[in-house]
Design a protein. Structure first.
Length: 363
C-alpha cells in the first residue's frame, strides 16, 4: 500500500497513533517539506506547522469511525496566497499495530478559481443577453422616457405663465404640480426598471411573480410595438401563485420570447401583427405563460435546434436568446416549448413550478 500511496497524485500522509508513518511525493511537493521533516513526527504538530487552523486539525484527526467524508477548507499560510483544499480522510484496519489512518490533500485552488471565473462570465453573458434582447426596443424606449419629460416642461411653462403678473390663489397650482409629479414618476419608473433589468444581479432563490414580469417586459416592448403597428392582447390570470426564481430572470426569459415575436412580425403585412400573452395556472403546481405571435413562423428545417446556442436565421442574430431563455427556465425547474400556431405564427409556452407547488401536488 505504501507503494501505491507513494505515486498517488494527491498529497497523502498516513499515521498510526498520531505519528506520521509515510508521506508521499505529492504531499511533500504540495507543502514544501521533505520526508525527513515529516516521518515520525506528530501529525497534529506537523499540521499546525503547516498553518492549518486548530478546528480544521481537530476535524482531520477526529477518530469518528468509517468516515469517508471530505473536508473543504481554505489554508491561509503567512506569505502565501490562500489555498483551496479538499481533504479526504481514510481509515485502514491493519493487522496488529492498531488502525492506520490517512489524509489525502487535493489542491483545488486553480479549479475553484476557474469555477468562480466561470460564474462571473455566465453573469456577464446573461447581462449581455439582456442588453441584446432590448436591442432595437431601446430607441423606442428612450423616446418613451422623453415624453413625460416633455410634458413636465409644458406643465412647468403653464405654471410660470399663470404666475406672471397676478396674485395666485392657494391651490390654483395644485393640479399642475400634481401632473408634474406624476409625469416625473412615470419617467422615473421606466428608468428604474430598465436599470435594475440591465444591471441587477439576480437572486435565484426568491419568490417571483410572473404577471409582474410580463408587465415590466411589456413596458419595455410597448413603444417598439406601437412603432411597428403591432397590437397586443394581454390576459393575466388573477391570483397566480408566485414561482421559485428571481424577477429579473423571469423578465429575461419573457423578453427574449417577446423580442423574437416582434422580430418575426416585422415583415408581416400591417393588420396582421398580433402579439398575445397569456398567463394561466396549469394544474395545481405550475404556472404557464403563452407568447403567441402572427409572425413568419418557425424555420421548419431547424426543429428543436432553435434552442441550441448560435442557431439563428437572422442577419444580426447571435442565436443565443432561446438557448439562454431555456437554460434559465430549466434552472427554475421549468421548461420552454415552441409550436407552430394553427393559421400563422408561433406559440412559445413557458411552464414554471409554483412556489410550494410540489407540496400541494404531493398532498
Ligand atoms: N417567434 C418566432 N417566430 C419565428 N421564428 C422564431 C421565433 N423565435 C425564434 N425563432 C427562430 O429561432 C431562431 C433562434 O432564436 P434565438 O432567439 O435563439 O436567436 P436569434 O433571435 O436569432 O438571435 P438573438 O436572440 O441572439 O438576437 C431565430 O433565428 C428564428 O429563426
Ligand atoms: Mg432572439
Amino acid at each position: 500500500m505504501d507503494a501505491v500511496l507513494a505515486n498517488f497524485p494527491e498529497g497523502v500522509i498516513s499515521f498510526r497513533r498520531g505519528a506520521i508513518r509515510t508521506a508521499n511525493i505529492a504531499f511533500c511537493r504540495l507543502f514544501g517539506r521533505t520526508r525527513s521533516q515529516l516521518i515520525g513526527r506528530s501529525a497534529e504538530a506537523v499540521l499546525s506547522d503547516l498553518s492549518f487552523a486548530p478546528a480544521d486539525i481537530a476535524a482531520m484527526l477526529s477518530d469518528t469511525q468509517g468516515q469517508a467524508d471530505d473536508i473543504d477548507l481554505v489554508r491561509m499560510a503567512a506569505g502565501r496566497p490562500p489555498q483551496d483544499l479538499r481533504i479526504r480522510r481514510f481509515t485502514i484496519d491493519g493487522e496488529g499495530g492498531g488502525t492506520l489512518r490517512a489524509l489525502a490533500f487535493i489542491d483545488e485552488t486553480s479549479w475553484r478559481a476557474t469555477q468562480r471565473a466561470t460564474e462571473v462570465l455566465v453573469e456577464e453573458l446573461l447581462r449581455a443577453d439582456r442588453q441584446a434582447a432590448l436591442g432595437e426596443m431601446a430607441m423606442a424606449l428612450a423616446h418613451e422616457i422623453n415624453q413625460p419629460l416633455g410634458a413636465i416642461v409644458n406643465f412647468a411653462g403653464a405654471a410660470r405663465r399663470s404666475l406672471t403678473g397676478r396674485a395666485v390663489r392657494a391651490g390654483e397650482l395644485d393640479e399642475v404640480l400634481i401632473n408634474i409629479g406624476s409625469e416625473a414618476a412615470r419617467a422615473g419608473d421606466v428608468v428604474k426598471s430598465l436599470r435594475s433589468f440591465l444591471k441587477g444581479a439576480p437572486q435565484p432563490s426568491t419568490d417571483a411573480c410572473v404577471n409582474a414580469a410580463v408587465k415590466v417586459v411589456l413596458g419595455f416592448a410597448e413603444p417598439a410595438m406601437r412603432e411597428q403597428c403591432i397590437d397586443f392582447r394581454l390576459s393575466l390570470a388573477p391570483d397566480l401563485p408566485t414561482v421559485r426564481g428571481d424577477q429579473i430572470i423571469l423578465q429575461q426569459i419573457i423578453l427574449n420570447l417577446v423580442t423574437n415575436a416582434i422580430q418575426a412580425m416585422g415583415t408581416q403585412p400591417l393588420g396582421h401583427r398580433h402579439l398575445d400573452i397569456r398567463t394561466t395556472r396549469e394544474g395545481r403546481s405550475k404556472v404557464r405563460v403563452d407568447v403567441r405571435d402572427t409572425g413568419i413562423g418557425l424555420p421548419a428545417e431547424l426543429g428543436e435546434r432553435i434552442f441550441e446556442p448560435f442557431i439563428t436565421t437572422k442577419v444580426n442574430g447571435s442565436g443565443l436568446g432561446l438557448s439562454i431563455a431555456r437554460t434559465l427556465a430549466q434552472r427554475l425547474g421549468g421548461s420552454i416549448e415552441a409550436a407552430p400556431e394553427c393559421g400563422e405564427g408561433t406559440r412559445f409556452t413557458i411552464r414554471l413550478p409554483c412556489r410550494g407547488g410540489d407540496e400541494v401536488a404531493d398532498a
